[in-house]
Design a protein around this ligand. Sequence first.
Ligand SMILES: Nc1nc2c(c(=O)[nH]1)N[C@H]1C(S)=C(S)[C@@H](COP(=O)(O)OP(=O)(O)OC[C@H]3O[C@@H](n4cnc5c(N)ncnc54)[C@H](O)[C@@H]3O)O[C@H]1N2
Ligand code: MOO
Length: 413
Amino acid sequence: MDFFNAISVKEALQIITKLANDYKMDTEVVSLVDAIDRIVAMNYRAPVNLPQFNRSTVDGYAVMIQDVVDASETSPMPLKLVHEVIMGEVVTDVLKEGQTAYVPTGGMLPEKTEGMVMIEYTKQLDEETILIKKPVQEGENISYTGDDLSLGEVYIKAGKRITAYDLGLFASMGVGQIEVYKKPVFSIISTGDEIIGIDEEQSFGQIREINSYALGGLIKQLGGEVNKRKIVKDDFGKIRSALEETLVLSDIILVSGGSSVGKKDYTRQVIESFDNSQIWVHGIAIKPGRPTIFGQVEGKLVVGLPGHPASALVTFSLFVKRYFLTIQKSRQEVVHIKAMLTGDVYAAQGRETYQMVRLSRKADIWEALPLYGKSGMMTLLAKASGYIKIPFEKEKFEKGTFVDVYLLKDLTL
Ligand SMILES: Nc1nc2c(c(=O)[nH]1)N[C@H]1C(S)=C(S)[C@@H](COP(=O)(O)OP(=O)(O)OC[C@H]3O[C@@H](n4cnc5c(N)ncnc54)[C@H](O)[C@@H]3O)O[C@H]1N2
Ligand code: MOO
């Protein structure tokens, strides 16, 4: 694995996806009220037709098309009222020529009903006679058995993140216990002699630990868990013990900092020092994030994230998120919108460049303001709405160009 011969983003994504497909993620059963945002671990099939019977979608009268074909306001058609359906009743009547039945919204239809006429277009003449003032089309105001879902049809697929709407769908199927993937568990080891915790006294030259908080936030939003966060000095032995300690506890271990090739960058060496280990990637042609490492120790993914916060967060969002979703057989697209650049942006030579931008709405278009800055700057990502991708064969995008902005978060304008 030659660090200076960095692989493309596409290749890196292929490798991480393959590793994820080979990982066995356990499942668990949760109750419906706790299932929001979890990822479904099996295909759910309809145990019944939905609706289970032909039903009316309006309050009105069940009719046959031929009986009312010439019906109008001025020449209404009299039909014989043979039944008044009650909600919940199992209707056994069969409509015959010249007959009608009253059916409330959601009520079961008599057999042979071809259309429902809303009550507004009818008039009760006497106890037995209803005047119908308009014709109907086949199936008008009717919801047929299985229209919504038919028996055996998959209504929620494995890998789907459960939304509030899905909770409603599960409820309609009478499913109160859902099989989901266990929440993937992360450990975050933040390395650096200069790194101190948020509660520590800061001396000149020291840097506050940022990455585990920001990464932890992303993990939580994704639906993962962080079970261990640790700050460790740039010391081979200490980083190794921290990694050893977290291995059994985690599905994914993030090591922030020390991913480059400096004298005190130990992440790669630490991974390689374990018997059952492998380095799959060291160096990706991306800016920010070039020195990223994908390794494995005892089958667990160990990612060496570059220490610079913007680099760590961008590489997490691209690669670790892909792994996180794929081990749960899930796939998500990053939403992008077209926006007009308000300044020139330049690519880093030989790297796919992820340029942060801030979106604002101008009349009927979105404008993308490039946020210039180095990967070490935390304000960059806090201000950014998203990023644009400059492919590595391209030198720049000029002001005024319409580009795709990939959203990093909900838009707060
Ligand atoms: N000779 C080369 N040097 C570097 C290269 C290269 O290709 N050849 N790549 C550069 C790039 S690009 C990046 S990105 C950095 C990443 O290096 P490391 O992963 O080894 O990161 P560190 O040196 O440990 O830290 C970089 C920077 O970030 C600060 N940092 C680290 N951890 C945290 C944290 N948890 N919270 C806040 N800030 C953190 C650290 O203090 C440093 O300032 O390598 C370049 N070098
Ligand atoms: O790849 Mo580095 O992340 O540009 O600063």
